[in-house]
Design a protein around this ligand. Sequence first.
Ligand code: CA
Length: 224
Amino acid sequence: MHRILITEDEPRIAAFVKKGLSAQGFMTEVATTGESAITMVLNSDFDLMILDLGLPDKDGHEVIEALRGQGAVLPIIILSARDDIGDKVTGLNAGADDYLTKPFRFEELLARVNARLRQTAGHSQTPEAEQVLRAGDVVLNLLTRQVQVGRKTIDLPAREFTLAEVLFRHSGQVLSREQLLDQVWGYDYSPGSNIVDVYVGYLRKKLGNDLIETVRGMGYRLRG
Ligand code: CA
């Protein structure tokens, strides 16, 4: 299981990222200052760090320089509200591996985290078992992002695929609308929106009516 350090002083964002990554099976810890992040990375065995640039005690670039100067090789993904190109270049030059601008969607962060971890593992392909998710006669291929329904192969728009992926990963469990909103749409949505219900409707139409069960008052469940 991969361990990820989230260096972020904004509690709402730290909690959002932590919750999302934990739901995907990552072990996560949060550091709220640059100094504590450096100490944690150097004294523990993290596989990746997500790093905010505007920290209370240090600039994120200084954190990267300090870590790379001490020989830390873990992938670092900058997650920052600053989107000016100079900051990106400085961050990448300092030794960051990737850069994501706030506001961001969880699915995008997750894709980058997975890409970095695959690279570090030294293989560009995950084993077959991790590339596909199955339920009944529906198979989700995470590499090609295609879905097979019986003998038919279909392409889903990105958001529908992500919703399907989240449901498949939690097959048999009830997921609330709020959990699905968080994981698929990010923190940037209007509460009370019925977008989840609308998209579940799209998936039922394409993948089969019985696949996703409505659990009254609670949410949705994929029949495993
Ligand atoms: Ca900050």
